[in-house]
Design a protein around this ligand. Sequence first.
Ligand SMILES: Nc1nc2c(ncn2[C@@H]2O[C@H](COP(=O)(O)OP(=O)(O)O)[C@@H](O)[C@H]2O)c(=O)[nH]1
Ligand SMILES: [Mg+2]
Length: 378
Amino acid sequence: MDEISQSTTIELQSPIVCPIELSLVVPTFNEVDNILPLIEKVECLLDGTINWELIFVDDNSPDGTSETVRAIAQRNRHIRVVQRVGRRGLSSAVVEGILASSASVIGVMDADMQHDENILPLLWKAVAQDGFDLAVASRYADGGGMGEWNQRRQSISRGATWLATFVLKVPVSDPMSGFFVISRQAFMASLPKLSTIGFKILVDILASAPRRPSIKEVPYEFRARKFGSSKLDSAVEWEYIVLLTDKLLGRFFPIRFILFSFVGSIGVIVHLSALGVSLNLFGMRFIVAQSIAVLTAMTFNFLVNNFLTYRDRRLRGVKLLYGLFSFYVVCLIGAAANVGVGAYIYNAQWTWWLAGIAGAAVGAVWNYAVSAAFTWKK
Ligand SMILES: Nc1nc2c(ncn2[C@@H]2O[C@H](COP(=O)(O)OP(=O)(O)O)[C@@H](O)[C@H]2O)c(=O)[nH]1
Ligand SMILES: [Mg+2]
């Protein structure tokens, strides 16, 4: 054994004098004004009681959040930043922060101080000392509250909470909470099955758990934001639906294929509508009307898939045009495969509708697989 590896072994064998007891992971996007107040609050609360580290996972915020954290981290060894470039996403940020941390108990919390940090020690104790797998800060448990949220957001949150019950393996009053403490063991157990889509990492963790985790709920009152603004928009609501669909059906089919097929089935309605209008309103010949309908449906499918199914690889500008033409080519070959397979099965004396479904299925798989490789290639 050489000198370096010998000394490493000795170091690892020596007892840890002051282990980190809580790794706090905070996802950030444009939170520059919240960084210092949050650090000060956590310091006041935990210093001298729980040995902590605080990891900000920042998606390269244009407001300089990463630089601000780094400047503080130069002077304060409790603090670190994981700066991600070219990527966005709250859930994936939390996962990367947890994987970059070291304590056996992990806390997840927002940067904007809407989460009441005063209950952190309670959450930590439930996991670190009382042996729970997970402690969730809950707005819906007795004693908790939604603070100043308007009626619309409260209703959306309640609806989303209700929807989550279909994928969760364990009942929790506030599965949408972004404020919780979890043992590393419980997190690692869920990790292989995580979808890391969107905003709701706790729903993801709970739905991916291989066994029922033990859970403690701690009520708290959600606070109003003082600095910065919410990143919740309709895209986040859509990603939530995608997450739940992935949790329900993802083990059978890739989530993008499910979305692609969903868009395709709406495309059939678009096709029939365009055909009906061309024939009945404009009195076109069938062959012309059918061609217009095919073109309309393909364009519709392309644009909607570009917006929803591939929103993370969305094509814009000239690339959008190239993408559209490559999609036309893919779909026309798909249509030929559809007709070919359908005719083959029909000629082999199968029923007409089975031949039709088999042809459509082959066409759909072709369109999905080939457009993924060419139109929306990574
Ligand atoms: N790293 C990262 N953090 C995000 C992203 N979107 C939101 N956040 C952070 O996640 C936390 C919750 O977001 P927020 O907009 O306050 O959501 P709201 O409380 O539901 O309105 C905040 O600390 C945000 O800065 C993202 O795309 N990447
Ligand atoms: Mg917030």
